[in-house]
Write a protein of this length. Structure first.
Length: 209
């Protein structure tokens, strides 16, 4: 974070155990350089917590094995085949500490149950109902430390605490807290790596530590 960060922001960081520091040296770089075979401009990305990261673009998705770092054979596949009930052309996706994946599109969101591999009953729901204070049409989302999720939209970002399912105090905040990251990133994920964030835009990606 910036050295000039305010005392209010410092309190927020302490409360969420945020350990991000900045964009790693040598970034941004081409998506094709480190993630060969995935969509060059993914709409959304999410790690499943079991060693795999999923990238979504249009009506298709790619499954990436974090170790050894490659697209699994047989991909891409259609979202309708692998994620029944999840729409095409997603805005964002993020895995929460409750072992659920949340998908966002427009003003709606879907909750995916990793145990049943199905959308939970009663979804989709309105973002305004389930995530009060978050905007519609968010750009991307990424998991932070502990139970914290971060949502990005244009020049602002929001912190959400899944432990009590509420917005963290002091949000939204300016993207200036994330120096070096682009405004309007198209997808983001932690890629299964603690204290890392991968942000994708227009065929490039940024690694944040």
């Amino acid at each position: 974070m910036k050295r000039t960060i305010t005392l209010t922001a410092l309190a927020v960081i302490a409360a969420t155990s945020l350990v991000f520091a900045g964009v790693d040296e040598g970034y941004p770089t081409e998506v094709s350089r480190y993630w060969p075979g995935i969509a060059i401009r993914p709409d959304a990305a999410v790690d499943n917590g079991s060693g795999q990261t999923y990238f979504f673009q249009g009506a298709h998705y790619w499954r990436w094995s974090n170790d050894p770092g490659r697209v699994d054979p047989g991909y891409p596949k259609t979202i309708a085949w692998g994620w029944p009930g999840i729409p095409n052309n997603l805005d964002a996706a993020v895995k929460a500490s409750n072992n659920k994946i949340y998908f966002f599109k427009g003003g709606s969101y879907w909750r995916w149950n990793l145990a049943t591999r199905r959308v939970d009953p009663g979804y989709p729901k309105a973002i305004s109902a389930g995530w009060p204070g978050l905007p519609n049409n968010i750009d991307c989302a990424v998991r932070g430390s502990g139970t914290t999720l971060y949502f990005f939209d244009r020049g602002s970002y929001w912190g959400w605490d899944m432990s009590d399912d509420t917005m963290l105090p002091g949000y939204p905040r300016s993207m200036s807290d994330w120096p070096g990251l682009p405004i309007g990133a198209e997808a983001a994920t932690d890629g299964g790596k603690p204290n890392k964030g991968y942000f994708f835009k227009e065929g490039w990606y940024w690694r944040w530590s």
